[in-house]
Write a protein that binds this ligand. Structure first.
Ligand SMILES: Nc1nc2c(ncn2[C@@H]2O[C@H](COP(=O)(O)OP(=O)(O)OP(=O)(O)O)[C@@H](O)[C@H]2O)c(=O)[nH]1
Ligand SMILES: [Mg+2]
Length: 379
């Protein structure tokens, strides 16, 4: 498709692939053999075939990259009809999922997460792995940007035939974004990717969300980021199975090593993220590739250790159950606050609470009664 010929309502990330319609150039020449006009037939209208659920399933299982991209676009769609088809597709794919190592990667902006993923992903592809890179970006719903929008930082990896890079889905609240990322992860597993790397920016809630979808969680830091910042990271450090001091190269090498020793000391005072596993402190350089193999070795040790103890499977089971509950929470919240009668009541109730005419508990009772009465009216 020529630039500028893209319909303006096409989804942001469809790259001309995920959409059935396109705007075509005007056809040159005439028609019906009119004098003075070309007798060439007009070029046939190129229309993308709409895939049926079973076509998606077949294509994903056969590792067809185009179908994989379209299957993920389906999963990311907010349109009710797409959501229904996506769920039917996922039901067929789920028996083929779960056979991967799921690694979450977080860290402050600029710590080198993308560069690290580029280095690790390329190394793993060379070892015969198939690597999918996904992103959970809490800011994308506000800015419509994407932390993996700049694929330039993963130039080598994006050329690897055994790698698949998917920028973060845009739109919707964080919970919705993670639902999409989780389902995307499952689709990638069904397509035979055995390593899933999930990048997220370390700015708050998104780490917890990503922690709840991966087996191993890596925190990427840099030496000398300031004590106040590192103090703030205590909560995040307790989510991490390893802390990587990146950029251990050149003049920075010794400082990175000192920071690693310091973190190793701090780790002893923290709750371990995973039962039976001591959080590791490592250094590496994503730029030179130095010690990147050690990071992967740590992930493999972790997997062997937790699989032997049963913690690995137990965590995955808990994650699945918690995911169900999180989706029920989302559904109920949307249903409650989307209810017209509740919506209409809220401003008045809020003023009554502020004015002291209603206690907060009474306010809740009134709203819930109204909501439940509506529900009974419907059934
Ligand atoms: N010297 C050195 N520079 C690095 C290393 N890793 C990354 N960088 C540089 O650090 C800068 C930021 O790297 P990114 O990989 O984009 O960092 P990021 O954490 O993904 O950043 P955001 O996605 O914006 O949060 C780039 O200029 C990289 O070249 C490293 O190991 N050594
Ligand atoms: Mg990045």
């Amino acid at each position: 498709m020529k630039p500028g010929k893209r319909p303006e309502w096409a989804p942001q990330d469809c790259e001309g692939e995920g959409f059935a319609s396109r705007v075509m150039d005007g056809v040159e020449g005439g028609h019906d053999g009119m004098p003075g006009k070309s007798s060439q037939p007009a070029p046939p209208m190129v229309r993308r075939k709409n895939l049926r659920v079973k076509d998606y399933v077949k294509g994903v299982l056969e590792r067809d990259r185009t179908v994989l991209g379209r299957a993920i676009t389906l999963v990311e769609s907010n349109a009710p009809a797409h959501m229904e088809r996506a769920q039917r597709m996922l039901k067929e794919l789920i028996p083929h999922t779960g056979n991967s190592t799921r690694v979450g990667i977080t860290g402050v902006p600029g710590a080198g997460k993308s560069t690290f993923i580029e280095a690790l992903g390329t190394l793993l592809c060379n070892q015969g792995h198939r690597v999918a890179v996904l992103a959970v970006d809490p800011s994308s719903s506000l800015t419509r940007g994407s932390i993996l929008g700049d694929k330039t930082r993963m130039e080598n990896l994006s050329r690897e035939k055994n790698a698949f890079i998917r920028p973060s889905p845009s739109g919707g609240v964080l919970g919705g974004v993670t639902r999409k990322s989780r389902e995307t992860m499952l689709v990638c597993e069904a397509a035979g990717f055995d390593v899933i790397l999930v990048e997220t920016v370390g700015v708050g809630q998104s780490e917890t969300e990503v922690r709840s979808m991966v087996d191993f969680f890596l925190l990427v830091l840099i030496a000398g980021a300031g004590d106040e910042l590192q103090g703030m990271k205590k909560g995040i450090m307790e989510l991490a199975d390893a802390i990587l001091i990146n950029k251990a190269d050149g003049d920075n090498k010794q400082r990175a090593e000192n920071a690693r020793a310091e973190f190793e000391r701090i780790i002893h005072y923290l709750h371990p993220a995973t039962q039976g596993w001591t959080t590791q402190a490592l250094t590496a350089s994503s730029l030179t590739g130095d010690k990147i193999t050690d990071v992967w070795k740590t992930v493999e040790d972790f997997k062997a250790n937790t699989m032997a103890s049963g913690v690995f499977q137990k965590r995955r089971n808990n994650q699945t159950v918690r995911w169900v509950h999180a989706m029920v929470d989302d559904y109920l919240r949307n249903s409650f606050y989307g209810n017209q009668a509740v919506k209409a009541m809220i401003p008045g109730i809020e003023s009554d609470v502020v004015a002291g005419n209603l206690s907060p508990t009474q306010a809740v009772q009134k709203l819930v009664q109204e909501y439940e009465a509506q529900g009974r009216g419907r059934s």
